[in-house]
Design a binder for this molecule. Structure first.
Ligand code: GLV
Ligand code: GLV
Length: 323
């Protein structure tokens, strides 16, 4: 008898093909590009053996209870897993698959693009060309900050943080600082100096947040944090929105406490179009597109399908989360 799986969204065709070719499960899905409503999620998971979800789906005790005792595996189409209530999942003996590594390059690339776009004011420049603000070449117009000779601080030198650091070094970065729970052996490759967070914040010209969202990092970038930054420093976050206190960030940006911020993640997502941050020229906000290349999303789709199948069949998953 075929096992039942529920997909909370249409996933890339690479993933769908793997699921149908395997012939072990009957797929039902929220057949849309828009998020599943909570009530439909609770209904859709009923009796499921497998659940394939996105980072925008909160998988908590209520969802697990709605699914019932059949549920063996949760496969998330993301590297982040802060949307999964791991303690509840563990209690029920459910396995979890995720998509690390395959999105590292794409996410690091986007983060570098966001850093440069923010520091060199690209969105403002594009806007000025379109609105007639470009009147002549002016010595101090649209000036920003460059990486050459700078100090970069990476908060969370994990897979993605390291890939970001590797890409930034060739721009002529002088010092690469990083902070986190522990020093990392791989930091040697980028001459990374492990420093306390306070040191990183006060000495960096560019701060890149690339840590996972945990109780320790939630709200970490707050008033005290921004007040220690240089007035000329640029802040970039491509991890999770709630690492940042957005009211404090707004204050730091509008008062000139810091130079600029580039965010690929916000609270909430999507960020309402009337949000105060969107009124600021020195804040560049992207719609959470770190891993959004065609090839990466295809590979993520395939990997999440393989993880799901491994969990259903009680075999190895290519990327199983240990927790
Ligand atoms: C993206 O934010 C992911 O967790 O994959
Ligand atoms: C810039 O275009 C320059 O020639 O300096």
């Amino acid at each position: 008898k075929l096992m039942k799986v529920f997909l909370t969204r249409r996933i890339p065709p690479e993933g769908m093909k793997i699921l149908s070719a395997a012939g072990v499960c009957e797929v039902s899905l929220w057949d849309s590009d828009e998020p599943v409503q909570r009530a439909d999620l609770l209904k859709g998971v009923q009796g499921a053996h497998g659940l394939l979800c996105l980072l925008s789906d909160k998988i908590d005790a209520e969802v697990l209870d709605a699914a019932g005792p059949n549920l063996k595996v949760i496969s998330t189409l993301s590297v982040g897993y802060d949307h999964l209530a791991l303690d509840e999942i563990k209690k029920r003996g459910i396995r979890v698959g995720y998509t690390p590594d395959v999105l590292t390059d794409a996410t690091a690339e986007l983060t570098v693009a966001l850093l440069l776009a923010t520091a060199r004011r690209l969105p403002e420049g594009v806007e000025e060309v379109k609105n007639g603000g470009w009147s002549s070449w002016k010595p101090l117009w649209l000036c920003g900050y460059g990486l050459s000779g700078s100090t970069v601080g990476v908060i969370g030198l994990g897979r993605i943080g390291m890939a970001i650091a590797r890409r930034l070094m060739p721009f002529g970065v002088k010092r690469l600082l990083y902070s986190g729970r522990t020093a990392k052996a791989h930091a040697a490759e980028v001459n990374g100096e492990f420093v306390p967070l306070d040191t990183l914040v006060s000495e960096s010209d560019f701060i890149v947040v690339s840590c996972s969202l945990t109780p320790e990092t939630q709200g970490m970038c707050d008033k005290a944090f921004f007040s220690k930054m240089k007035n000329t420093a640029v802040f970039v976050n491509s991890s999770r929105g709630t690492v940042v206190n957005q009211e404090d960030l707004y204050e730091a940006l509008s008062s000139g406490q810091i130079a600029a911020a580039g965010l690929d993640v916000t609270t909430p997502e999507p960020l309402p179009t009337n949000h105060p941050l969107l009124t600021l020229k020195n804040c560049v906000v992207l719609p959470h597109i770190g891993s959004a290349t065609y090839s990466t999303r295809g590979i993520m789709g395939a990997l999440s399908a393989q993880n799901l199948l491994g969990g259903l069949q009680g075999t190895d998953m290519p990327s199983e989360l240990t927790f």
